[in-house]
Design a protein around this ligand. Sequence first.
Ligand code: C2E
Ligand code: CA
Ligand code: CA
Length: 569
Amino acid sequence: MQTDATMSFPEKKTILIVEDNDMNRDILHDLLSDDFNVLVASNGLIGLKMLEEHYQTLSIILLDIYMPECNGFEFLERKKTNPLFSAIPVIVMTASNTVEDEIQCLKLGASDFLSKPYNTEVMKNRIRSIIHLRETSSFLNRLEKDSLTGLLSKEFFLHQMQNLLIRNPDESYDLLCSDVESFRRMNDRYGTAKCDAFLSYLAGRLSEKLPDLVLAGRLGVDVFAFLIKHQEAEWAEALLKNIVEDNQPSGIQLKYGLVPAVDHSLAPLTLINHAASAIKEIKGHYNTSIAIFDEAFQEKQLRIQLIEEGMLEGLKNKEFQVYYQPKHNVKNDTIVGAEALVRWVHPKLGFIGPNVFIPLFEQNGFITELDFYVWEEVCCEIRRCLDIGFAIVPISVNVSRMDFDTPNLAERLINLVDKYKIDHSLFHIELTESMCVDNLDYIAATCEKLHDAGFVIELDDFGSGYSSLSSIVLLNVDVMKLDVSLVHNASETKNYSLLRYAILLAESMKLETIAEGVEVEEQAMALRVLGCDYIQGYYYSKPLNRDDFEPYLLEYESQKGEDYFNRIF
Ligand code: C2E
Ligand code: CA
Ligand code: CA
């Protein structure tokens, strides 16, 4: 006696025979059971039930056409409605069926026919070859497409893109890559299921909205790539801004990198790297969602590369030069100090200002080495002036936030200045409040040590948006440097009230004030009236190299009056 299901042997492929005729079913079962796991169903309805139960392990179905309850056509029809069953091939068993029946079965998705009476070898081989064919194509399909989003897999996208670029040399394409900012954090916060649903939604939404889409692929967990026919400039920003609608997790940020009119001679992976480097540029920039890999971007990248490649050599070759910008007493014009500002005479790029390379060095950590070099150069200069007998003024140096990552910063500075036998009061230290976001305790303790050792601490860029009262108190500073923006805003709007409050605040805390960026007489006069103590700006002098700074010192030496370090101590 035979049951509707047999034991399963995983090494064998599993066949479902749907046949109402007992004798036919038994014959088929006997013929095939040596080579396959055979499941049998005595009519279409039972067959459909078994299909539901076993679809994951089923390799093929042998189907009779004429059966009571649910015939072969109906079976095929209902099988078609469930995509989970679509990969399982069906061989229809025919006897004296007409050609119309066969056509109807093919239309409903049957793969082949077997006619009765059965030739065992023909039948087995046909079953095997159909199973093989189907398995190969489903494997390829899995390779081609990403199952979550339905986009092409990375390999397939690259392959297709390469073909397209080769075959259509006259067509112009744009490559757009998308990336979800902080996707990992989002995954932790919302869970994989919700994030998967979002990725799937996003892929669909972008595929649907992007103009003239040619190819779409998923390159990484949250990275998609789209090849589109070339669009007019600035299309992307307007389109992409609101592409993600309401059903996304809140706080989500999408970043896009666009390579317009791709160069056909470049490998697709190189072009994708270009888009990725554009995205990298805007990571963490809240207000920017798209970066374009255009000529300006490439020039900037090249500069960055040249800067980073040349920094170590540059330091060794003394390409970094220290300039000195004088600070003057507002009341009697005497020179009271100077700020050391670094410049780079780059062998390829020429003269570069610190605003170009300092932010990069702050990112890659080189700033600490450069700052230490600048401090030593300043010590050399002070020593030189002292030795010659110049009336040297105190020089301030900039200390970057990264410098506080080095242990024993205070000791290193003290040792350095002592090595040159320089009075600590001649060496001022400029700190910005923005550095106090983390390790505030260490910064405060370092400042305290330096202060106790006789160094003067100046709070840089006050009023630039980073300052707060707490840092002035915590860092125990001596001088407040009023940011250039305070001075410029006041003179542009003719409203000096902010500047006045800042000076009053400094006075009430017994701090000296230096106004930065003073360029014209009118600003200098206003600052004098407001009670500002010192001025640093083009009004007196631009930053000067050593050769110009020393004569400048000499010129003012004769007029030297009260200097601000003397007033503090
Ligand atoms: P900062 O410390 O605020 O330096 C003042 C900046 O204002 C300097 O720019 C100076 O040239 C500029 N300046 C001076 N007078 C005027 C003026 O009248 N009008 C205008 N518009 N600007 C004026 P610079 O030399 O380009 O330096 C830019 C920034 O780079 C500095 O800002 C400082 O934050 C940083 N920096 C410079 N040298 C070093 C260094 O050796 N180490 C570190 N860590 N940072 C440095
Ligand atoms: Ca400064
Ligand atoms: Ca400043």
